[in-house]
Design a protein around this ligand. Structure first.
Ligand code: NAD
Length: 487
């Protein structure tokens, strides 16, 4: 009993109020493996209550001017920024990432999401065309869709949730959000800022719990016409099936099996540290992380040696250690899954050059039950291996040689995913050619993860449906109507 009291207890946030739940799920600190928090195990009833609140709040919120809604978003961004350190520590404890990463990426980006959509909503314009020979003009109007269901994953918890909440409410919708049950804490903390920021009750509702209970109730609710989902491809399949009877608007941001293509004229001084980061940042738990590295044969051996040296310098440590580059993986089950991929590669005859099973991981006694793993580099692996085909979503990357441009494009495209790619070369013509031919929603050349939030973000093939960005998110969270006037 005494132990239960010490746990952080989250509550749902519905209609501007924190509400307890009948049952709870344990949530673990990935750096120790200890339960430290309890998350509401909500279901249909809580989703129904959130729908009632969101429906009631919609007329007033959607009638406000974009300027008024924008002011609320700016206010929320300021409040979040004022608590940046507290949020960063909480995100790190909940997810396992380093506090440094949460402080420099996750929380600043969450703040930026609110500021970005507070600004971009003021710059959306409608279309108008004329048809003189028919005596007509045509124009479009856009209205918020209604209640938006927002479902987000555990890897970048507040970052990805706010990337959905901000455009949805900026466009005048009310929302019901469901963060991952593995990482719910910062969403709950954000609810405490909403009233002060001027978000009216019912505009943002957060219902905590699992996918099968809360997620499915939301996706199957007839009064939630729009679902924005970020997560895995199998879950997207389920969401698509459940929403089909209602013809819901769907945005699906899914996984990747992202290639890095490194030509012999690449600047390796920049390429190696960036590709280390693109492979292992956030424990490799970013949908945009590199997991297949194709290196041109003439520089293959040199690259391999330097890359493995650099991977060994990518320090795994407890999340509060400022010198650590990488913290713990999200869960015991996920750690096992990632380790199993390495085992399967070994069984197929691949070589592990560093990391899992090769190097020793040293941790303080309290963290030895945490979900840590060393950055792992695999080579001598076939393109058909599961490690080269399936999303691992951990600190594991494979390096293989290639001969020429045409061949590498074909091999890079030879997976079901198409989210992100990097191309490294100092030949500008080649960079353009290769980028154009890759089946990938995003291509970074000679860099990684430099984001321009105005432009479309998202994947092709099994990496998703739809795009997010200033214009794309606005269009997704509004319904368009074409009006014809005959004069
Ligand atoms: P997941 O699909 O297991 O879960 C994502 C969310 O969906 C969670 O909130 C979960 O509770 C919910 N969910 C699970 N089952 C559901 C169901 N039946 N109905 C409705 N909701 C359900 O994914 P995850 O393991 O949390 O996240 C990792 C995945 O997310 C990886 O594949 C990764 O690549 C992907 N991802 C993609 C992007 C992107 O922008 N493309 C960004 C981050 C993560």
């Amino acid at each position: 009993m005494a132990e239960t009291k010490a746990l952080l207890l989250l509550e749902n946030f519905i209609d501007g109020k924190f509400l307890p739940c009948n049952s709870y799920i344990d949530s673990y600190d990935p750096s120790t493996g200890e339960v430290y928090c309890r998350v509401p195990n909500s279901g249909k009833d809580e989703v129904e209550a959130a729908v009632v609140a969101a429906r009631a709040a919609f007329p007033a919120w959607s009638s406000r001017s974009p300027q008024e809604r924008s002011q609320v978003l700016y206010q929320l961004a300021d409040l979040l920024e004022q608590s940046l350190d507290v949020f960063a520590e909480a995100e790190s404890k909940d997810q396992g990432k380093t506090i440094t990463l949460a402080r420099t990426m996750d929380i600043p980006r969450s703040v930026q999401n609110f500021r970005f959509f507070a600004s971009s909503i003021l710059h959306q314009t409608a279309e108008c065309t004329q048809m003189e020979h028919q005596g007509c003009m045509h124009y479009t109007v856009r209205d918020p869709v209604g209640i938006a269901g927002l479902i987000s994953p555990w890897n970048l918890p507040l970052y990805l949730l706010t990337w959905k909440i901000a455009p949805a409410i900026a466009a005048g919708n009310t929302v019901i959000a469901k963060p991952s049950e593995l990482t719910s804490v910062t969403a709950w903390m954000m609810c405490k800022l909403l009233e002060k920021a001027g978000v009216p009750p019912g505009v943002v509702n957060i219902v905590f719990g699992t996918g099968p209970r809360v997620g499915e109730a939301l996706v199957s609710h007839p009064e939630v016409p729009v679902i924005s989902f970020t997560g895995s491809q199998p879950t997207a399949e389920r969401i698509t099936q459940l929403s089909a009877p209602y013809c819901k608007k769907l945005s699906l941001e899914l996984g990747g099996k992202n290639p890095a293509i490194i030509f012999e004229d690449a600047n390796l001084e920049e390429c190696i540290p960036t590709t280390i980061r693109s492979s292992f940042a956030n424990q490799g738990e970013i949908c945009l992380c590199t997991s297949r590295i194709f290196v041109q044969k003439s520089i293959y051996n040199d690259f391999l040696k330097r890359f493995v040296e650099a991977a060994r310098m990518w320090k795994v440590g407890i999340p509060s250690d400022p010198s650590a580059s990488m913290g713990a993986l999200i869960s015991k089950a996920h750690l096992e899954k990632v380790r199993n991929y390495v085992k399967r590669a070994c069984a197929e005859g691949a070589q592990v050059l560093c990391g899992e099973g090769v190097d020793k991981l040293i941790l303080p006694p309290r963290n030895q039950t945490g979900y840590f793993m060393l950055p792992t580099v695999i080579t001598d692996i076939k393109d058909e291996s599961c490690c080269m085909k399936e999303e691992i979503f951990g600190p594991v990357t494979c390096i293989v040689p290639f001969d020429n441009e045409e061949e590498v494009i074909q091999r890079a495209n030879n997976v079901k995913y198409g989210l992100a790619a990097t191309v490294w070369s100092s030949n500008v013509g080649r960079v353009h050619r290769v980028a154009k031919k890759l089946q990938s929603g995003l291509v970074w050349t000679n860099c990684w993860l430099i984001r321009e939030l105005n432009l479309p973000f998202g994947g092709m093939k099994s990496s998703g449906v739809g795009r997010e960005g200033a214009k794309e998110s606005y269009e997704f969270f509004t319904e368009v109507k074409t009006i014809t006037i005959k004069h």
